[in-house]
Write a new protein. Structure first.
Length: 198
Protein backbone atom coordinates (compact mmCIF):
# COMPACT_ATOMS: atom_id res chain seq x y z
CA UNK A 1 0.00 0.00 0.00
CA UNK A 2 1.30 3.44 -0.91
CA UNK A 3 1.82 6.01 1.82
CA UNK A 4 -0.58 8.96 1.91
CA UNK A 5 0.98 12.36 1.37
CA UNK A 6 -0.70 14.57 3.98
CA UNK A 7 0.64 17.72 2.29
CA UNK A 8 -1.23 16.91 -0.91
CA UNK A 9 -4.45 18.56 -1.95
CA UNK A 10 -7.64 17.07 -0.50
CA UNK A 11 -8.65 16.04 -4.03
CA UNK A 12 -5.81 13.50 -4.10
CA UNK A 13 -7.44 11.76 -1.14
CA UNK A 14 -10.62 11.01 -3.09
CA UNK A 15 -11.96 7.63 -1.95
CA UNK A 16 -10.86 5.03 -4.51
CA UNK A 17 -13.67 3.23 -6.27
CA UNK A 18 -13.90 -0.54 -6.59
CA UNK A 19 -11.52 -1.75 -9.28
CA UNK A 20 -8.97 1.09 -9.14
CA UNK A 21 -6.68 -1.11 -7.07
CA UNK A 22 -6.55 -3.63 -9.93
CA UNK A 23 -6.83 -1.39 -12.98
CA UNK A 24 -4.87 1.85 -13.18
CA UNK A 25 -6.87 2.73 -16.29
CA UNK A 26 -9.93 3.12 -14.01
CA UNK A 27 -7.92 5.41 -11.77
CA UNK A 28 -6.88 7.40 -14.86
CA UNK A 29 -10.45 7.79 -16.08
CA UNK A 30 -11.45 8.98 -12.61
CA UNK A 31 -8.90 11.82 -12.52
CA UNK A 32 -11.64 14.18 -13.70
CA UNK A 33 -14.52 14.54 -11.27
CA UNK A 34 -16.86 17.03 -9.65
CA UNK A 35 -16.86 18.24 -6.05
CA UNK A 36 -19.31 20.62 -4.39
CA UNK A 37 -17.62 23.74 -5.73
CA UNK A 38 -16.76 22.62 -9.24
CA UNK A 39 -14.84 20.29 -11.52
CA UNK A 40 -11.43 18.91 -10.54
CA UNK A 41 -8.86 17.68 -13.03
CA UNK A 42 -5.89 15.89 -11.46
CA UNK A 43 -4.10 16.12 -14.82
CA UNK A 44 -4.73 19.83 -15.43
CA UNK A 45 -1.11 20.61 -16.35
CA UNK A 46 2.21 18.84 -16.90
CA UNK A 47 3.22 19.08 -13.24
CA UNK A 48 -0.08 17.60 -12.03
CA UNK A 49 0.09 14.84 -14.65
CA UNK A 50 3.65 13.98 -13.63
CA UNK A 51 2.59 13.84 -9.96
CA UNK A 52 -0.26 11.48 -10.82
CA UNK A 53 2.03 9.17 -12.83
CA UNK A 54 4.67 9.17 -10.08
CA UNK A 55 2.06 8.46 -7.38
CA UNK A 56 0.87 5.46 -9.38
CA UNK A 57 4.44 4.25 -9.92
CA UNK A 58 4.24 4.65 -13.69
CA UNK A 59 6.97 7.28 -13.98
CA UNK A 60 10.19 7.73 -12.00
CA UNK A 61 10.15 10.88 -9.88
CA UNK A 62 13.30 12.19 -11.57
CA UNK A 63 11.71 12.16 -15.04
CA UNK A 64 10.12 15.44 -16.07
CA UNK A 65 6.89 15.21 -18.00
CA UNK A 66 6.55 17.67 -20.86
CA UNK A 67 3.36 19.39 -21.91
CA UNK A 68 3.07 17.22 -25.01
CA UNK A 69 3.06 13.98 -22.98
CA UNK A 70 0.69 15.48 -20.40
CA UNK A 71 -1.65 16.32 -23.29
CA UNK A 72 -1.38 12.77 -24.59
CA UNK A 73 -2.23 11.44 -21.13
CA UNK A 74 -5.37 13.62 -21.00
CA UNK A 75 -6.27 12.54 -24.54
CA UNK A 76 -5.87 8.90 -23.54
CA UNK A 77 -8.09 9.50 -20.49
CA UNK A 78 -10.87 10.95 -22.66
CA UNK A 79 -10.52 8.11 -25.18
CA UNK A 80 -10.85 5.58 -22.35
CA UNK A 81 -13.97 7.36 -21.05
CA UNK A 82 -15.42 7.09 -24.56
CA UNK A 83 -14.46 3.42 -24.87
CA UNK A 84 -15.90 2.58 -21.44
CA UNK A 85 -19.15 4.40 -22.30
CA UNK A 86 -19.41 2.57 -25.64
CA UNK A 87 -18.79 -0.74 -23.90
CA UNK A 88 -21.42 0.05 -21.25
CA UNK A 89 -23.96 0.98 -23.94
CA UNK A 90 -23.15 -2.07 -26.05
CA UNK A 91 -22.15 0.18 -28.96
CA UNK A 92 -19.17 0.43 -31.25
CA UNK A 93 -16.88 3.26 -30.13
CA UNK A 94 -15.77 6.10 -32.40
CA UNK A 95 -12.69 5.27 -34.45
CA UNK A 96 -10.66 8.13 -32.96
CA UNK A 97 -11.00 6.69 -29.44
CA UNK A 98 -9.74 3.31 -30.66
CA UNK A 99 -6.95 4.99 -32.61
CA UNK A 100 -5.84 6.89 -29.49
CA UNK A 101 -5.69 3.71 -27.41
CA UNK A 102 -3.89 1.78 -30.13
CA UNK A 103 -1.37 4.60 -30.65
CA UNK A 104 -0.59 4.54 -26.92
CA UNK A 105 -0.17 0.75 -27.06
CA UNK A 106 2.28 1.07 -29.95
CA UNK A 107 4.26 3.96 -28.43
CA UNK A 108 6.40 1.71 -26.26
CA UNK A 109 5.70 -1.93 -27.03
CA UNK A 110 7.13 -4.47 -24.60
CA UNK A 111 9.92 -6.73 -25.75
CA UNK A 112 9.49 -10.45 -25.09
CA UNK A 113 12.29 -12.00 -23.04
CA UNK A 114 13.02 -15.40 -21.60
CA UNK A 115 13.42 -15.20 -17.83
CA UNK A 116 14.80 -18.07 -15.79
CA UNK A 117 13.67 -18.14 -12.18
CA UNK A 118 14.20 -20.82 -9.53
CA UNK A 119 11.07 -22.59 -10.76
CA UNK A 120 12.28 -22.64 -14.38
CA UNK A 121 11.90 -20.66 -17.58
CA UNK A 122 9.01 -18.34 -18.30
CA UNK A 123 8.20 -15.62 -20.78
CA UNK A 124 8.61 -12.07 -19.51
CA UNK A 125 7.62 -8.98 -21.45
CA UNK A 126 9.99 -6.13 -20.63
CA UNK A 127 8.54 -2.66 -21.21
CA UNK A 128 10.44 -0.28 -23.44
CA UNK A 129 11.94 2.24 -21.04
CA UNK A 130 13.78 4.41 -23.57
CA UNK A 131 10.93 6.92 -23.32
CA UNK A 132 9.45 6.66 -19.79
CA UNK A 133 6.43 8.86 -20.54
CA UNK A 134 5.49 6.82 -23.63
CA UNK A 135 6.03 3.63 -21.60
CA UNK A 136 3.59 4.93 -18.95
CA UNK A 137 0.95 5.65 -21.60
CA UNK A 138 1.51 2.24 -23.16
CA UNK A 139 1.09 0.51 -19.78
CA UNK A 140 -2.16 2.42 -19.12
CA UNK A 141 -3.47 1.52 -22.59
CA UNK A 142 -2.54 -2.13 -22.05
CA UNK A 143 -4.28 -2.08 -18.67
CA UNK A 144 -7.46 -0.68 -20.28
CA UNK A 145 -7.26 -3.30 -23.03
CA UNK A 146 -6.99 -6.04 -20.38
CA UNK A 147 -10.00 -4.58 -18.56
CA UNK A 148 -12.19 -4.29 -21.66
CA UNK A 149 -11.31 -7.78 -22.95
CA UNK A 150 -11.06 -9.64 -19.65
CA UNK A 151 -13.38 -11.34 -17.20
CA UNK A 152 -14.01 -8.08 -15.29
CA UNK A 153 -15.41 -6.22 -18.31
CA UNK A 154 -18.98 -7.20 -17.45
CA UNK A 155 -18.63 -5.45 -14.09
CA UNK A 156 -17.58 -2.10 -15.58
CA UNK A 157 -20.12 0.61 -14.79
CA UNK A 158 -20.46 4.37 -14.55
CA UNK A 159 -21.72 5.73 -11.24
CA UNK A 160 -25.47 6.41 -11.43
CA UNK A 161 -25.35 9.31 -8.96
CA UNK A 162 -26.20 12.63 -10.59
CA UNK A 163 -23.10 14.74 -11.06
CA UNK A 164 -20.69 11.84 -10.60
CA UNK A 165 -18.86 10.62 -13.68
CA UNK A 166 -16.57 8.05 -12.06
CA UNK A 167 -16.26 4.51 -13.40
CA UNK A 168 -15.94 1.43 -11.19
CA UNK A 169 -16.23 -2.35 -11.13
CA UNK A 170 -19.46 -3.60 -9.61
CA UNK A 171 -19.02 -6.08 -6.78
CA UNK A 172 -22.59 -7.28 -7.45
CA UNK A 173 -25.10 -6.64 -10.22
CA UNK A 174 -27.35 -4.35 -8.16
CA UNK A 175 -24.62 -1.89 -7.25
CA UNK A 176 -25.22 1.46 -8.96
CA UNK A 177 -22.89 3.87 -7.15
CA UNK A 178 -19.12 4.09 -7.11
CA UNK A 179 -18.93 4.74 -3.34
CA UNK A 180 -21.25 4.73 -0.36
CA UNK A 181 -20.87 8.53 -0.35
CA UNK A 182 -22.59 8.72 -3.75
CA UNK A 183 -25.25 6.22 -2.66
CA UNK A 184 -25.96 8.18 0.53
CA UNK A 185 -26.17 11.43 -1.45
CA UNK A 186 -28.76 9.91 -3.82
CA UNK A 187 -30.80 8.48 -0.94
CA UNK A 188 -30.70 11.79 0.93
CA UNK A 189 -31.85 13.66 -2.20
CA UNK A 190 -34.75 11.20 -2.63
CA UNK A 191 -35.77 11.59 1.02
CA UNK A 192 -35.61 15.37 0.74
CA UNK A 193 -37.72 15.33 -2.43
CA UNK A 194 -40.27 13.04 -0.77
CA UNK A 195 -40.56 15.38 2.25
CA UNK A 196 -41.10 18.39 -0.02
CA UNK A 197 -43.95 16.63 -1.84
CA UNK A 198 -45.79 15.81 1.40
Amino acid sequence: MRAVDHEASVYLHQVPVPGEDRYLSLALVNTRFVVSHGQVDLLEDAEAAQLWLVRHELLPDRVALGGRHAGRLRTLREALRTLFAAYGAGQRPPADALDTLNAALAAAPPTPRLAWAADGPRRADTPDTANPAAAALSLLAEDATDLLTGADAGQLAECAAQGCARWFLRSHGARRWCTTKCGNRVRAARAYAARRVN
